[in-house]
Design a protein around this ligand. Structure first.
Ligand code: 13P
Ligand code: SF4
Length: 340
């Protein structure tokens, strides 16, 4: 735990968060990559899609979002009447940073016959320039609903895009962004670890590069990896994603053994997301106390971004073209009325 700032000395931070949570009628949402102490006091812990759904459905007056900025912005886009606070406004994402809206707009303009299928790890501006948003848990369901002849730009994660393109045998134009955390796993170290634990499966997030994915027995979102951890028959699992997710596995599956995949120095600590790590209990307390730092989004921009997010929520839920991958759902550029 980080040392407590002098101004908060003597405060029982957990008790204060508890008091403020009730006083403010707040809900605390946390991603699986948050520290165990934040995960343990959150009202709900989930992956990007689950957190978006919770944010859209909550009747709380305040959403204290313990995750990164694009996630808190998604909550605000979907629940504009709520106050959304993020404990540290610097909690960004390397994928978002890789995709400046003006460059993305120009890229789209060079490919007018493509739709933009965009990973949720991007800015609100890029969401507003996109046709459909996906998360790692919804990408396959959504891609399967897009007619095969429709050309697609996928951004900003080239590894998730490449994984989908290979799995669906469907070429897509990929934006060249990467997650610095998943990029840091080492194939050499992973192979050494596998040799030390023969028979232990590897579960990997699709943000990992192909050299890691090639050794994975399961590839999926954070919640998908958690489900795999419950279901696999053995007792040891190698986990190739941000290691804080292991906290949930150890809580729910105390008899199994989970090992974080290593980075190049053989030490999995280099795979801690530096952005997620900016949120602390102390900053969460201050955010609930002051209702700051607060997410604010200009209304025109919010509505433009909401279109592509609404499509995700609709298509991920299977309400569009349920179970019919044969082209009954014609999500062509004309039908999408492109967001550019
Ligand atoms: P999930 O949607 O799988 O939780 O992924 C979010 C993320 O940022 C992974 O790096
Ligand atoms: Fe972004 Fe990677 Fe951190 Fe996820 S783990 S928030 S993709 S930098």
């Amino acid at each position: 735990m980080t040392s407590q700032p002098a101004s908060l000395a003597g405060l029982d931070i957990r008790a204060e968060i508890e008091r403020l949570r009730k006083e403010r009628k707040a809900v605390i949402l946390a991603h699986y990559y948050q520290s165990p102490e934040i995960q343990d006091l959150a009202d709900f812990v989930g992956d990007s899609l689950e957190l978006s759904r919770k944010a859209a459905a909550t009747d709380a007056e305040v959403i204290a979002f313990c995750g990164v900025k694009f996630m808190a912005e998604t909550a605000k886009i979907l629940s504009p009447q709520k106050i959304v606070v993020l404990p540290d406004m610097e909690a960004g994402c390397s994928l978002e940073d890789s995709c400046p809206p003006e460059k993305f707009r120009a890229f789209r303009a060079r490919h007018p016959d493509h739709i933009a299928l965009t990973y949720i790890n991007c800015s609100t501006e890029v969401k507003a320039l996109s046709d459909i948003i996906v998360t790692s848990s919804s990408a396959e369901t959504i891609l399967a609903q897009i007619p095969p002849e429709q050309k697609i730009i996928f951004g900003p994660d080239r590894h998730l895009g490449g994984y989908l393109a290979r799995k669906f045998n469907r070429p897509m134009l990929l934006w060249p962004g990467v997650c610095i955390v998943h990029e840091a796993f080492s194939e050499t170290e992973l192979l050494k670890l596998k040799a030390q634990h023969p028979g232990a499966p590897v579960a990997a997030h699709p943000e990992c590069p192909p050299a890691i994915i090639d050794h994975a027995d399961y590839v999926g979102s954070t919640s998908g990896i958690l489900n795999f951890a419950k279901d696999f028959p053995g007792d040891t699992l190698i986990v190739a994603t941000e290691p804080h997710i292991i906290h949930q596995m150890e809580k729910t599956l105390p008899d199994k053994h989970f090992i974080g995949a290593p980075g190049a120095d053989g030490n999995c600590n280099c795979n801690i997301c530096p952005y997620m790590a900016l949120n602390t209990l102390e900053k969460l307390y201050v955010a609930l106390r002051d209702l700051q730092p607060r997410i604010e989004i200009e209304e025109g921009l919010r509505l433009a971004a909401k279109k592509s997010l609404d499509r995700m929520l609709e298509m991920a839920g299977g309400t569009v073209g349920k179970g019919d991958l044969g082209g009954a759902v014609m999500l062509s550029r004309q039908m999408l009325g492109s967001n550019r």
